[in-house]
Design a protein around this ligand. Sequence first.
Ligand SMILES: NC(=O)c1ccc[n+]([C@@H]2O[C@H](COP(=O)([O-])OP(=O)(O)OC[C@H]3O[C@@H](n4cnc5c(N)ncnc54)[C@H](O)[C@@H]3O)[C@@H](O)[C@H]2O)c1
Length: 249
Amino acid sequence: MGGSLAGKLENRRILITGAASGMGQAIAELFAAEGAGLALLDRNEAGITEIAATLKAHGFGCDVSARAMVMDVVAKAADALGGIDGIINAAGILDITPFAKLEPESFDRMLAVNLTGPFNIIHAALPFLQQAARATIVNIASVSGLMPMAGTAGYSASKAGLLMFTKCLGLDLGPNIRANSICPGVIKTEMTRYLWENQEHTERAAARVALNRLGVVEDVARATLFFSTEDSGFTTGAALPVDGGFSWR
Ligand SMILES: NC(=O)c1ccc[n+]([C@@H]2O[C@H](COP(=O)([O-])OP(=O)(O)OC[C@H]3O[C@@H](n4cnc5c(N)ncnc54)[C@H](O)[C@@H]3O)[C@@H](O)[C@H]2O)c1
């Protein structure tokens, strides 16, 4: 494509979950700018409808943990786009609570959204991905999937499961479908508002990493773009930290 002004995702049809906020939204904005056709899913129906209209994308209210709803919405998304070449699973939830106080229902919910959610989406989209020339899957995991942190037994287990799930997809679905994960560190989104609204917490989180700042959604969006194009054509099953150095220690 050297020298051409064409976007990196021209003619690619991509489905993104969790696109009404944070990383999912930033990925949708970058991918729209790179020429992708987009189906955007979120449980926040009003939010996703508004963002989809702005980006000239197809928006769908959908809870990724509800398998029957996912089957229905993914079929509608494939119909609207004329097929699916790529998936980004960005929808996720976080409950940081010491294990002794963690509600069983919250543990179940994190597994259902963060791990079974991506399964539901990929299971529903597989027939379309198999018809695509070179399909890609990117799952947004977390540094919490690489290392233990206090109060994250449920969240970390869901993300560690997502990392291994993604590796197994890479193995089972190659060579025509590649599957990779991203492990963000602390990124400034609604999910981490409790942290960055507090100056002291922000400074401590920044000081903890080599790059001395919190991440921004664009950091993750650009890594997601890499995994969704032939720029990463010989990479599958990888788990890329986008964390400023958080996961080294
Ligand atoms: N922010 C961070 O520091 C951080 C770090 C590591 C990993 N992550 C992961 O990155 C991903 C994106 O998080 P974010 O920080 O952008 O959060 P966010 O809260 O800004 O956005 C998450 C989006 O997912 C949607 N969502 C939640 N549950 C859903 C469901 N069941 N079905 C459909 N949509 C649902 C929400 O409505 C929201 O729009 C998540 O998987 C999160 O676990 C975040």
